[in-house]
Write a protein that binds this ligand. Structure first.
Ligand code: MN
Length: 235
């Protein structure tokens, strides 16, 4: 079928599978929380004082989305591509300037996520006061498992772990989030009109590190599910 609406066919709607549903979740925006576990903030050389700071965020294009189980090529322009295992919150209702007490109303469900990062470019940008885009907005770098519907549920604990080639690399618990789910939704909704399909990657714990071609990543979050990624050869 052809019509005159667009000069060429628009790209497909980014989407994810939903557990026990045939329909897929259409993804809107990808928000990422920086430094949200104390031990990771320390390993990055930037400890967090919650009493004196607010959370901060960066975004990636929804075009960077990849499903769990994918094989992704080692990306160009980096010698230090790293994994970050994270809990992902899927927003299911609109919200703007939401109170923490009402934040649960925006939750559709949860997923496991990997915020893959060109660490060398991210740190170079950080140290020069430049944007993080080349370090973070990497093609195929936003890896997400199936969405697990839990409408209105606020997760406040649960073990989170990531292994590389069967070796444990990250182990923590959602109860160690500096800013919890309610606080993140309330805070972020002060800057954005949150919409169904927005995903919030809630930050990674300590133990981040590099991958090389051939690596197999396996992650797990208690009560949510699992995620897998295979790093292929550079293009
Ligand atoms: Mn991250």
């Amino acid at each position: 079928m052809s019509d005159n609406t667009f000069v060429w066919a628009p790209p497909p709607v980014p989407s994810l599978p939903v557990r026990r549903l045939a329909a897929r979740l259409p993804v809107n925006r990808l928000f990422f929380v920086g430094r949200n576990y104390h031990a990771h903030a320390v390993e990055m050389g930037r400890p967090v004082d919650k009493a004196a700071e607010r959370p901060f965020y960066f975004t990636k294009s929804p075009a960077t989305l990849v499903e769990s189980g994918a094989i992704v090529a080692y990306p160009p322009g980096t010698q230090n591509y790293q994994y970050e295992m994270e809990l992902v919150v899927a927003i299911g209702a609109p919200g703007f300037r939401v109170d923490e007490a009402d934040a649960h109303r925006l939750v559709y469900g949860y997923a496991c996520g990997l915020d893959m990062t060109r660490r060398d470019l991210q740190l170079a940008a950080r140290d020069k006061g430049r944007p993080w885009d080349l370090g973070k907005d990497v093609e195929q770098s936003s890896v997400v498992s199936e969405i697990v519907p839990m409408p209105g549920v606020v997760l406040d604990q649960g073990a989170l772990a990531l292994g590389v080639n069967g070796q444990p690399r990250q182990q923590s618990d959602l109860n160690k989030l500096i800013w919890n789910i309610r606080e993140l939704i309330a805070d972020l909704s002060g800057f954005y009109h949150l919409q169904p399909g927005d995903l919030i990657f809630t930050g990674t714990p300590e133990g981040v590190g590099p991958v090389v071609a051939g690596d197999r990543l396996d992650g797990h979050i208690e009560g949510v599910g699992e995620i897998r990624l295979h790093i292929g050869a550079a293009e």
